[in-house]
Design a protein around this ligand. Structure first.
Ligand code: FAD
Length: 506
């Protein structure tokens, strides 16, 4: 762990007030990644919690003076990918949860948020002020609007590619400078959060999954409340239904008729939030088909399930439903449950209509004990055959390592993201001994097919960065050139996305 000059803590206290410099053992542990296989590997030295961008700048200047590595978090709820913990042990967490300003542009459908604004905060703000704009929220929505978008998180409405909705950011650079991107680079521009580009190079994307700057304000487009929402919850009976289901939906996705990313998930994705393994079997090995069938019957779920939704004017939604019905005509679906909401109805209450929820966290109880998971999410072309092949290979690896298959395929406009949550019980030493080997084999298997991860856990950032190897890792060379130019002292999030400052490179 980095040894700190106590003078650095005193300087932080002078800059932001000693009550916002958090160094006790209890403070430290509250920033550990409680889902991590070994929490100690990423233990921070403490945290500092600024109130505004000027205090962030002061912290950055002190960090440069004393060479203190900082790890910025918005709400720090990135569980499955690292929670609030830094890649580099001994870093100081820069906790921006106190920065909670929300500015909504009601007329144009945008919001400018500070990092501490959670999905629940923004939802409440829109409801309380009767603003007819909808969020897109992740399945577990306890995180922050900004942090999730900066990690390229996903939701389930038409605005579900959160990084794609970013429009203009304010950033503190590693040297303490304060920059606004896009049209915001012009002082007082009213178009900052309305137009994706400015003059010259575009920088917004530079601050996603990177360690090039600390975002202190983030502009985001919101969905104007639609006149209606309609769709189906489809259930499919057989593992092999995955392929044709994807090939049926993808043409509608590519044509733009379906504008959200339907995510087809296996039975355990649905079941793990409703029940625990021990209710069904005491066998610690692979689950019997009879157990799987009993769980599916109790909760009326298919081997695979997918929710498809259309948003917009009622006539358009109704016409879209007719096209969807035609596409699934004569297809061997197990069941389809219609879903319908009309403007004026009470909120429908799920992420499909942008309402934040936190019950999916219950899936960490599947195995009992101190539950957790690590995310494995390779991206592949949008073909049913390739998805089936990916499913079979990955399933075989779950079996080899004695783990329960928990996965989904999210349909982007031109790609599939195979989101896996490797659920585990941290109190089961035997199980935990298998997780790391399995994860590494999964990444190697994806790489062998040319598939890279869209996002990864802090334990595996170097491993995943290594797999992006075109022209002898030219991307890494570009990243470190930028890193060295912007952050010569290497104070910002060393190791994030496999980007290390000079002197720290593995
Ligand atoms: C059961 C379960 C289900 C989940 N489902 C989903 C899902 O459907 N979709 C999804 O996307 N996620 C999902 N997650 C993962 C996670 O909970 C969310 O993505 C959550 O929103 C991330 O936490 P956060 O928003 O507080 O971001 P943070 O933890 O604050 O940050 C995320 C990352 O961005 C960086 N960062 C944060 N703020 C800044 C900043 N201001 N400047 C620069 N860098 C910054 C951080 O260093 C970190 O690497 C799920 C998790 C669980 C446990």
């Amino acid at each position: 762990m980095t040894e700190f000059n106590p003078a650095a803590w005193r300087a932080f206290s002078d800059a932001i007030g000693s009550q916002w410099v958090l160094t006790t053992e209890t403070d430290r542990q509250s920033y550990f990644d409680h889902f991590a296989q070994d929490e100690s590997l990423h233990a921070p030295a403490g945290a500092v919690a600024p109130a505004n961008a000027e205090e962030v700048r002061a912290i950055v200047r002190i960090a440069n003076q004393y060479r203190v590595p900082l790890w910025p978090i918005s709400r720090g709820k990135n569980f499955g990918y690292g929670g609030s913990a830094p890649v580099m042990q001994g870093s100081v967490v820069l906790d921006m949860t106190r920065m909670k300003a929300i500015e909504v542009d009601r007329e144009n459908g945008t919001v400018l948020v500070e990092p501490g604004v959670g999905f629940f905060d923004l939802y409440d703000h829109l409801q309380e002020n009767d603003i007819p704009l909808w969020l897109s929220v992740p399945g577990n929505s306890w995180g922050s609007v900004a942090g999730n978008a900066l990690d390229r998180g996903v939701g389930y409405t038409s605005y579900g590619d959160h990084a794609a909705q970013i429009c203009g950011v304010e950033v503190v650079l590693p040297d303490g400078d304060l920059v606004r991107t896009g049209m915001g680079a012009m002082a007082g521009s009213p178009a900052w959060n309305l137009h994706h580009h400015g003059f010259g190079p575009s920088w917004d994307g530079m601050f996603c999954q990177s360690n090039f700057g600390i975002v202190t304000k983030l502009g985001l487009w919101l969905m104007p409340e639609p006149g209606a929402v309609a769709g189906y919850d489809f259930e499919f009976d057989q593992p092999d239904d995955l392929g044709w289901a994807i090939d049926t939906l993808m043409p509608l996705r590519k044509s733009g008729l379906i504008r959200q990313a339907p995510s087809i998930g296996n039975w355990l994705r649905s079941a793990a939030v409703m029940t625990r393994r021990e209710e069904w079997t005491s066998n610690r090995g692979p689950l019997d088909e009879s157990v799987v069938t009993a769980i599916r019957e109790r909760f009326h779920i298919g081997w695979w399930s997918v929710q498809v939704r259309f948003y917009g004017d009622e006539e358009v939604v109704d016409a879209s439903m007719r096209v969807l019905d035609r596409a699934f005509d004569n297809k061997p679906i197990l069941s389809k449950l219609p879903a319908r909401w009309k403007r004026g109805d009470p909120p429908e209450g799920s992420p499909m209509t942008g309402v934040p929820v936190s019950f999916p966290l219950a899936n960490s109880n599947w195995h009992g004990g101190r539950g957790g998971h690590v995310g494995y999410s390779p991206v592949l072309p949008p073909s049913g055959d390739l998805a089936m092949d990916q499913f079979r290979r990955t399933y075989a690896l779950y079996e080899k390592y004695g783990m329960d298959y928990h996965a989904s395929f999210a349909m982007g406009e031109r790609s599939l993201t195979n989101v896996n949550q490797l659920l585990y019980n941290k109190d089961d030493a035997d199980m935990m001994g298998r997780v790391d080997g399995m994860f590494r084999e999964l990444v190697a298997d994806a790489k062998a097919h040319g598939y890279g991860e869209y996002r990864t856990h802090i334990d595996y950032m170097d491993l995943v960065a290594e797999s992006f190897d075109f022209n002898d890792h030219a991307l890494r060379r570009l990243n470190v050139k930028v890193k060295d130019a912007l952050d010569p002292n290497g104070i910002l999030a060393p190791g994030k996305s496999g980007i290390w400052p000079r002197g720290e490179r593995p």
